[in-house]
Design a protein around this ligand. Sequence first.
Ligand SMILES: [Zn+2]
Length: 992
Amino acid sequence: MTENSVEKSPNVELNWARVGEKWRKKWSESRIFESEPQSHKKKYFLTVAYPYPNSPQHVGHGRTYTLADVHARYKRMKSYNVLFPMGFHYTGTPIVSMSQRIKSNDLELIETFKQIYKIPTNIISSFKEPKKIASFFHEEIKHGMIEMGYSIDWTREFTTIDKGYSKFISWQFRNLRKNGLIVQGSHPVGWCPQDQNPVSQHDTIGDVEPELIEYVLVKFKFEEQYILPTATLRPETIFGVTNLWINPDIKYVIALVNNEKWIVTKDAAKKLEFLNLSISIISEIDGFELIGKSAFDRLRNKHVPIFPASFVDPYSGTGIVMSVPAHSPYDYQALVDLRKDADILKKYHITVDIAPIKVIHSDTFLSNDRSPAESIVASYSITDQNDSKLEEATNKLYSDEFHNGILLPDIAIIGNLSVVKARETIREKIINEEIGATMYELKNAVKCRCGTPCVVKLLTNQWFINYGDEGWKKLAHELVNNMEILPEEIRQEFINVIDWLKERACARKSGLGTKLPWDNEWIIESLADSVIYMAYYPLSRYISNTIDSQNSEHKVLADNLSDSFFDYVLLGKNDRDLVAKDSKISVHLLEKIKNEFLYYYPVDSRHSGRDLVPNHLVFFIFNHAAIFTKNKWPKQIVVNGSVLMEGKKMSKSLGNIIPLRHAIDEFGADSVRLTMLASAEILQDSDFSFDLVKGIRSKLFEIYRTISDHKNIFTTTQNSLDHNELEDTWFSSRIQHIILDTTSAIEKFRIREALHNILYLMDNDLQWYQKRKLAKNKSKYNNYLKEFFDIRIKLLSPFAPFFCEEVWEIMGNHSFISLAQWPEANNSKISLEAEDNERLIQDVILDIQKITKVTKIVPKKIMIYTSSTIKSIIYKKLLDKMQRRSTANFGVLMKEFVNDNEVKDFVKRNPDLVKKMIDDILSESLEVRHRRMKTNSFNELIPLQDAISLLISEIGNQQLEVRIYSEDNNDKYDPKQKSKFARPYKPAIYIE
Ligand SMILES: [Zn+2]
């Protein structure tokens, strides 16, 4: 294909690669996305989570960035001075552990790089050096972003290991510490035993946040010298324990734990070790050896028997379970089953001679002779312990007792307390008296990126950010309450996370990043150094990380940055002259930097994927609340769902990861962008499918061809706007509606809806309009079409920027559409009457087609009768009454009509017709009803007369005679007395 072939012949495929390259070059040369403070212009500062450069971006990454870019482009067209910058997040262990895997010749990783990402072998071998990995993928991702058409201001780019950035993060941390928000202590964290480092979402395979469970261990005595610790989440039920469960088929160990001899599973012994208990294993013991013996409960001074249970999981808790049959459906059912199992009873010489002990009262389960567990097992018709309904029954009972339960009055220590209170009270008591202890484990099976299964570790001397601080939580709530969250339905999730968040480890012993300023053994971790960096963007281009003599008077050297600089620029503290002197820059430059910050901050919008709500986004809120004054708090968060590939989650094992740049090569950036956005509303997962991307590409091509076909309307001036016909008024009115609807959809991030308007609804309008024109033998080329195309391309341009620039140029424009004004609807062009006109014509055509299809008549004559004046009056009154009295009750409405002199005679004679008219109204949308109420006098004859030519061409016979009469017309041709069936907006039809 030659350079000019696209312009010459619209019948060839659009060359997407060439169009992409052409506009990337033009945008870059004209620097149109670089933003400078402009005092007369309103700014809009939006950011999206900067990427981790440890792999190329794939299609799944693209959605959040594309949404942010659409937002940026939309705001730019709304005349804002938009700043949309980007940085690169090098911090953390993933890049380092990746380089270790390359060093150790990890074939799986090397194959992934080769096969999926097509990285040359010599480059892969350079990845032994972590920074090589980061800088390689940094460039890769950046190119992808440029090829996707993201309107990013690249002059502010930085990485999180730049010296200037480290100075900024040190400032952030000293600031938090000064406010008492950094604490040191022992806390449980998710942990990789291999790397000897805490793990959070970013460090795990599949980006899973490790979730911790805190158990209470109740220590039962066994044969005087041993302890049988049972792990429970419900220590308040301890007084209801009737027996213990042990798995006879697994091995246990006897271990010396802080001078006590505990019997636990091997796995539990390992877990306890990470919790800093001193453990040494003495011997092994088979589970069956314990069955039939008894354990001693020191709280109640009583023995309980030990029974066998195969459901006891060696990997959960300690492998010893306390049985509370009155309040645990599993325990209840297991006892029922055991009683029936003669073989087992005989094998272990046991008898099950126990009754459930009820300890909790709740109004939901009031039966006197049955325990709550028995009641719920019965109500779910559960028959044995393998029944899957047990899980649901358990959740229901636990939840009910947690929220509504009260301990029975005769229970020692915790009698009469609510379950919530009792749990805390008994926990504290048994731990203090060393009858109990605490144990943590992971709720979910999480693997570190190095492949090692994670555990819970009790870290000592670890640095934490104290998100549990009550005062801080209050501020975070205040910030969220004053912030717009899109979509609004996700607000509660933010509130919940703020409430449950506690201390969080903020430093690691290894990885890339900034050292903790007061303790150089530690490196600040990646979810802690990425929470207020948006404030660094306005500064970054003034900070030089290396000595750069050319720019020395325009930049501040990172080495010279101190806390006083950031205090002055970001918080307005300290003396200007002193700060300038300390930083070795002019007062002028210092003021310039500060003013730039003040101009752009706060963040107007923060975009992110939904998976970052429970960590990054909430930390972003907390840290802004702690560090910045209220007028610098972020104003909006936009959250989107993820991307599926052909309906499936993307994963390496499924081999369905498509690198973004490959998708761009194959389909063009615009089609990829639209596919990500068009298949789902924002919070849902969108589905990237090849059929969809191909469909969208041909849709774009169709738009391209239509506009190319009409090329001459853009170059010749016509003054046809003044003699407008019915369809012109309608077309123009529709355009205004589309502008209004699309704009409000974008404002609320209902992107799918916006695209539906632009890509599909506008097509319907265009087709109808052209049909009407063609039937009248009118030229297809006119100024209404020009307006239509102009608006359509503008509305589409934030979504498909390359395509729209190209088409914009074909339309004879010499400016960038990226900088064009967003269309404003002209309310004076909205005509409700015109919309009713065209609707009526469409309805009548459909009715005629239905009749001819059913009767199989080839019509020679068609008579159309519009309803009489009196019917129109009644219709209007009905609309008004139904809205005012908000009733559609026939009797009520008739009663009012009977007292109405204008209509009472007609109404009394034709009650059925009134009933039909009520049904007609009910079948219309509220919008249409409202429109018809506002339309003063609607004369159906006018549009129908106007559309006779269209009726003839649509029904398809040039000899066809079409006549339109009002029912009131005494000269009408009405051989079958059809006209009396006419109703407003529902003309009667006679065909012969
Ligand atoms: Zn690891």
